[in-house]
Design a protein around this ligand. Sequence first.
Ligand code: NAD
Ligand code: MG
Length: 394
Amino acid sequence: MKGICILGATGSIGVSTLDVVARHSNRYRVVALTANNNIDLLYDQCIVHRPDYVVVVDENKAKQFAERIATSPVSDIKVLSGAESLQQVATLDSVDSVMAAIVGAAGLLPTLAAAKAGKTVLLANKEALVMSGDIFMKAVTESGAHLLPIDSEHNAIFQCMPADYCAGQEAKEARRILLTASGGPFRTKPVEELVDVTPDQAVAHPNWDMGRKISVDSATMMNKGLELIEACLLFNMSPDKIQVVIHPQSVIHSMVDYVDGTVLAQMGNPDMRIPIAHAMAWPERFDSGAAPLNIFDVKHMDFEQPDLQRFPCLRLAIEAVEAGGIMPAVLNAANEIAVAAFLDEKVRFTDIPYIIERSMHQFEADPADTLDIVLAADSKAREVAERIVEELKR
Ligand code: NAD
Ligand code: MG
C-alpha cells in the first residue's frame, strides 16, 4: 500500500488523479490533499478519500474549512493552512508518492521538497521544473527520488524510452524527440483575428479539458515551449534535438527517433488518466478508466511544422532555453503575469508574447546556481511584466 499526497487536488489533474486512486484503493491510500481555496470540492474529496491531512493555502478559507470538518463524519482530518504547510505534507514519512499538480510557480517549493525527500514525484507542474531546471534534476539524483512525467507528451516519451530508463539520464541511442502539439484552438484562425480573441475562446481547447492557465498556454503554444524546456531537462537532451510537430488529432502523444531509424510513438485517447495511471502503476500497469482507443475512429493523422510567426511564444521559449541560466524562469514568470492579465481582460491575447519578450529583454542569462537566484529572478520578472501590463492598460 502506497501513501499519496496530491498537491493541487481540486484542479483538473488533481481530480483525474483521485479518479484513478479510487479505482485502486488496494494499492493507494490518500495521505494528504491540498487546495488553494476551493473548499467545497475539497470537502467532497475528504468525505470520499479520508486523508490524514489537508492543506488549504488561503488562511480564511482554511479556518472555515476546519470548522466544517470539525462537525463532519471525517472530523479527525488535520487541517493546515499557509504555503509552508504544502512542503510539510509533501515530505511526511507516510507519503511515498507526491502528485505535483499545483499550477505555476506556486508549486515549486513543495515539489522540490518532495524531490529532496526522495519521494516518487509524479510531475504535472511543468512550471516548477522549467524554473528550477538543473537544481531540480540534481535534487532528484542526489536523493534517489523517482521522477515520473505526467505531462502527456513527456509521459509518452518516457514510455518510448528503454525499459530501464530513468528521467535525467542520457539515452544515447535516442537521436531525436518528436514532441507533438495539437496546435490549440487557433491553429487555423487568420492571424489578424488573434488580437480580438476572448478568454472564453482561448480556454476552449479542441481536444483536452484542462485548467484555465494551461489552456491559454496551449492557445499561445507557450505550453509547447514550456514542454520543450521540460523535455530538455527530463531527457537530458539539447533543444536542437527536440522537434515540435503539430498533430491536430492528438492520437500520438509524442515519439522517440532512434539511431537505427526506428521511431516509437505512444498513442491513446486524450485522457490525462492514462499518463496518471501509467506513472502510478509504474513499472507495472493498471486500469486508468480511460476508454480504449478505437483505431477505426482515427480516420487520418496529420503532421505539420509549427509556425513561429503565428506562435511567437514558442520562439521565445526556444530562445530562453538556448540562453539558459535564469532565462527560463524569467520566461515562465512573465508568462504567468501576462496570462493572468489576459484572463482578467486587462490585456489582449496578442499582448502575451509582447509582454514576455519585453520582460526577457530586461535580463541577462545569469547562471541559475541556487534556488535563491531563481526565486529572485522569478519575482523581479513578475515586477517587470506587471509594469508592462500597467502600461498596456492605459
Ligand atoms: P487547475 O487550474 O485545474 O488546478 C490547479 C490546482 O493548483 C488547484 O488545485 C488549485 O487549488 C491549486 N493552486 C492554484 N494556485 C495555488 C497556489 N498559489 N498555492 C497552492 N495551490 C494552488 O490546473 P491543472 O490544469 O490541473 O494543471 C495543474 C498543473 O498540471 C499545471 O502545471 C499544468 O501545466 C500541468 N498539466 C495539466 C494538464 C491538464 O490536462 N490539465 C496536462 C499536463 C500538465
Ligand atoms: Mg502536455
